[in-house]
Each structure stands twice: as C-alpha cells, then as structure tokens.
Design a protein around this ligand. Structure first.
Ligand code: TXA
Ligand code: MG
Length: 307
C-alpha cells in the first residue's frame, strides 16, 4: 500500500478513520511530527492523539493504566474513544506537547487498522484540517483544508463524522475532556461521568481555543424565526417553517435522529462555507441529549469569535 510505504518513510498521509480523517505521521520521527504541526498551523502546545492498532499496542505506551481505564479500553476499542493516560518514554514529548500524559485511541475503520498494523509504529494523527477550522469527514474536505498536494488515502465518508470522545480517569469516575462520537450516556453505563466544560485552564489544551469554525461567520440562535435574508444560511435538526426566508436551509436529520445529525454536521458546514451564495450561517441548537451535547459543543465553539 502506497500510504503504508509513505508513512514508514516518515511522510505525512491523511488517513480515514470512523470519526474524521486524521493527518498521520509516525510518532518516533521528530521531523515528521513537527511537519504535522506545521501542515495544520497548529500551536505546539496542543498535543496530538496517538493511534495504535490494538489494545495491547496502545496500553504498551502507558504506565500502569488503572482498572477503570483498562475497562473503558476493553469496552470501547476499537472505536471513537480517546483515553488520556500517563505516557512511557516510547512517546516523544513533541507528540504530547511536553505533557506527561498521552491521548490514545484504537480506531475501528478497516483502512486505519490495516495501516496501523502494517506501519508497526504508532501514528500521531490530529484531525486533517487547518488548526481551528472544520474537521474533515471526506478526502475532498482534507484537500480543501490542507491543500491539493496533501497525500490522502480515500476511505469514503467517515461514518461517525464527529471526533472521538476524549476522557481521562479520575479515581472511580470518568472526566470527559472533549465531547465526541461516544455519547456521555454510553459512558455513564460504565462509571460516573463529569463533563469538564470550563475553557480556562482546561486540562485538554486544544479545548481552550476557538475551533471547528467555518470560513464564514456562524451564529447560534434560539429560534430560526427572524434571522433570514439574502446570503444567510440556516442549519436546523429537522425541517423548519422559516426555511423559506433563508438563502439556503440545511436539515441535519429529517427524522431528528442525533446520530445521523452528528454524521452530517461537518459536511453541511463544509458545503455552506464553500457556497459563494452564503456569507453567514445561522444554526439552531439541537436537543441537549445523546450526541446532541457534542453537536451543540461544536456549534458553540464554531460560533465563538474570540480565541
Ligand atoms: O476522532 C479523533 O479523535 C480524530 C481522529 C483523527 O482520530 N483526531 C482528533 O485529533 O480529533 P485532534 O488533534 O484534532 O484533537 C485532539 C484533542 C485536542 O483537543 C487535544 O488538546 C486533546 O485531544 N489532547 C491530546 N493529547 C492530550 C493530552 N495528553 N491531555 C489532554 N488532552 C489531550
Ligand atoms: Mg481537531
């Protein structure tokens, strides 16, 4: 596989995962990891997620995972869960931005797994987009965000369409550092969960920033009524009566299914930001339940104007 050959040689390749596309590089080549930060325009204080082919390879990069951390790994890997754990020396400080912890994930996408198995070195892979912009759910999104020269392995549209849920274990409970494709309800079935929402001194460095922002301004409104007009696009969960007053109206899921809505969210925002007829996006928050928490989190961060 060409992607495997390139990754082994230390090059960057954008690879598909079940959440979003990741810009991958082997963790043991400082110049490759540095190139990931550079390609994304990502501040060097924001650590990268490390991907491993299986549970054993992932846990080998950590020091004494607690029984609860191990249980979460066994239950949800491969899949859209990222565990922040104490790292071993096998994980270079450049990857973790100097933190003593590493964010680890075993993806379930068949191509991602095949690549990880064949490269045989864990891969650092942040979402394959320019820093603070929308995450890519298709190969085309990657090329649009990082440039036409980017090497992308096309694995089709990401099935979850929203990043992994990032957690750390605190005693007997789970702290969610980033809401994502694995719902809080699913985690609650395993252990008590707290969602760390504060953005000041946030334990997940990337979460203190404006993020997931389309290239045109995005505003969150309580109701779709009264915000329409030329150049304004509307995003709602279900079809809305006010749609006719907007230049464009996008529905995340006609039936109101939040899993389907999460999968479509970034694609809808990508499509709107590249439509010359759209110069402003107005979105109505979805119900604050299930994956709705993660969808609203992305909308809120995308709508933030300050850093
Ligand atoms: O679904 C995903 O997680 C995708 C795919 C490609 O796996 N990756 C992804 O990576 O979203 P990235 O780099 O865009 O987001 C990583 C998040 C950031 O918010 C970062 O701050 C946090 O994880 N993170 C990474 N290492 C951490 C650590 N040691 N402690 C706390 N948070 C960490
Ligand atoms: Mg990202």
């Amino acid at each position: 596989m060409e992607a495997v050959r390139r990754l082994v040689a230390g090059e960057l390749v954008a690879i598909p995962t079940e959440t979003v596309y990741g810009l991958a590089a082997r963790i043991d080549r400082p110049e490759s990891v540095a190139a990931v930060f550079a390609a994304k325009g990502r501040p060097s204080f924001n650590p990268l997620i490390v991907h491993a082919p299986n549970l054993r390879a992932a846990l080998a990069l950590t020091v004494r995972p607690s029984p609860l951390a191990r249980r979460l790994a066994e239950l949800f890997w491969p899949g859209p869960l990222t565990l922040v754990l104490e790292k071993t020396d096998a994980v270079p400080a450049l990857v973790t931005a100097g933190q003593p912890t590493v964010a680890l994930r075993v993806p379930s996408h068949p191509l991602a797994r095949k690549i990880l198995e064949r490269v045989r070195v864990p891969l650092a892979a942040p979402s394959a987009n320019r820093s603070t912009h929308l995450s890519p759910t298709t190969a085309e999104h990657v090329l649009r965000s990082l440039g036409e020269h980017t090497k992308v392995l096309d694995g089709g549209t990401a099935t979850h369409g929203l990043e992994s849920t990032v957690v750390r274990v605190a005693g007997q409970s789970v702290e969610v550092l980033r809401l994502g494709s694995l719902s809080v309800d699913t985690l609650r079935a395993v252990a008590p969960v707290t969602v760390v929402t504060s953005t000041d001194g946030h334990p997940s460095p990337g979460m203190s920033l404006r993020h997931y922002a389309p290239r045109v301004p995005l505003a969150l409104v309580a109701s779709a009524e009264g915000h329409g007009g030329p150049g304004v696009a509307l995003v709602t969960l279900k079809p809305h009566g006010a749609a006719a007053s907007y230049a464009r109206a996008e529905v995340l899921s006609p039936s109101g299914d939040l899993v389907a809505a999460a999968a479509r969210l970034f694609d809808v925002l990508h499509s709107l930001e590249s439509d010359p007829a759209v110069d402003r996006i107005v979105a109505v928050p979805v119900p604050e339940e299930g994956l709705g928490l993660a969808i609203n989190d992305r909308l809120r961060r995308g709508a933030r104007t300050a850093p």
